[in-house]
Ligand binder design. Structure first.
Ligand SMILES: [Zn+2]
Length: 360
């Protein structure tokens, strides 16, 4: 089995908001959560260390993510900020959750901040008979937790390596359902990020802000979790990537993580709808679209967003946990992808990108 890399999981959000213990298997956590009052997120996890082992998931990009009060999703949504000080505290608490996870369970998780860390985590996975540490690369989703660009150095020192300025709109740029350009503060943020060496995540950025960033950001650029807008049925909005943005990311040698979320595969899908109309074949269409545009299989990967805005109820029918993403292998093979190309798509492209962009 090829190694899997997942470029987007809101693990810290779940640890803090729902008390999830990711050293457990998804099945165990679901059992544990049965009957608990949190109906929105009850027993729907798709992640856990034993599942990472089954999936051969060597590296996960773990996010720091919080929601501005105006976009609160419900009573259960507790990582919500009314001002930037609050945002800062929530993002910092999530960072601490990763540090603590890696500290308390050093046999299971390790933070990846450098190429040396990456090699240390990934090399042992060549042995398929043993269990291994899962590497965590910290990704900040929505930059309202950064009070001023001067603070970037501190976040970098704490381990953040990838930064996406938007979720909703932030004071740095337009975001999902809140269109707008890079603001003056946004331009200052980007120049601070470039100076230090952050990778810029365009996911959730409004198209205008994404275009401006592609024109001005000199550092590495990715989209950790977004699909190809042009092939999503009934799609409207600014959450996914128009071909012009995909082209821009490809020109910058970036990688795009596709998302196996039913709603992101067909905008007509609603919560409560059956999952069986949407399959991993539908996800492969997004992989294929990006590969066709690139002319190679070197610029696409996975950004599942599992345990993010959705769980089991909104994943394609044949997907129960992250381990089922390995089912992409035979589907890609049947589409004519070679074994090295499949290895690249499932994880190799993200590993290459990390090797090229992390400090030594
Ligand atoms: Zn997101």
């Amino acid at each position: 089995m090829h190694l899997l890399v997942d470029a987007h999981e809101d693990l810290a959000w779940n640890i803090l908001a729902l008390g999830r213990d990711y050293t457990r298997s998804a099945a165990e956590t679901r059992q544990h959560e049965k009957g608990t009052p949190n109906v929105e997120h009850n027993d729907n996890t798709m992640l856990g260390w034993p599942d990472y082992q089954r999936a051969r998931t060597a590296v996960v990009f773990g996010t720091l993510a919080a929601v501005p009060l105006r976009r609160r999703l419900g009573e259960w949504d507790i990582l919500v900020y009314a001002d930037f000080e609050q945002a800062h505290r929530l993002y910092r608490a999530q960072l601490d959750a990763y540090l603590s996870l890696a500290d308390r369970h050093a046999d299971k998780f390790q933070l990846i901040q450098t190429v040396a860390d990456l090699d240390e985590v990934v090399a042992p996975w060549a042995d398929e008979t043993e269990t291994h540490q899962v590497g965590l690369v910290v990704l900040m989703e929505g930059a309202d937790g950064v009070r001023t660009p001067a603070e970037l150095e501190e976040w970098w020192g704490l381990g953040v390596r990838i930064l996406g300025p938007a979720w909703a709109g932030t004071r740095y740029c337009g975001g999902t359902r809140e269109p707008g350009p890079l603001t003056e503060a946004g331009r200052a943020l980007l120049s601070g990020m470039a100076e230090i060496g952050f990778t810029l995540d365009l996911s959730h950025m409004d198209e205008l802000a994404a275009r401006q960033s592609l024109d001005s950001y000199p550092g590495a650029i990715i989209a950790s979790h977004a699909n190809a807008a042009v092939i999503i049925p009934e799609y409207e909005g600014n959450r996914h990537l128009p071909d012009a943005i995909i082209k821009g990311i490809l020109e910058r040698d970036g990688v795009i993580g596709v998302v196996p979320f039913c709603k992101f595969l067909n905008y007509g899908w609603k919560k409560g709808d059956a999952r069986d109309g949407l399959t991993l074949e539908t996800l492969v269409a997004h992989i294929d679209h990006i590969c066709q545009m690139a002319g190679d299989a070197s610029h696409v990967g996975l950004g599942s967003d599992f345990d993010g805005g959705f769980g089991l109820e909104a994943a394609p029918a044949e997907v129960d946990t992250i381990a089922d993403l390995q089912k992409l292998d035979p589907i890609l093979a049947s589409r004519g992808y070679s074994d090295p190309d499949i290895a690249a798509i499932l994880g190799g492209n993200w590993l290459r990108h990390l090797r090229e962009t992390l400090p030594s």
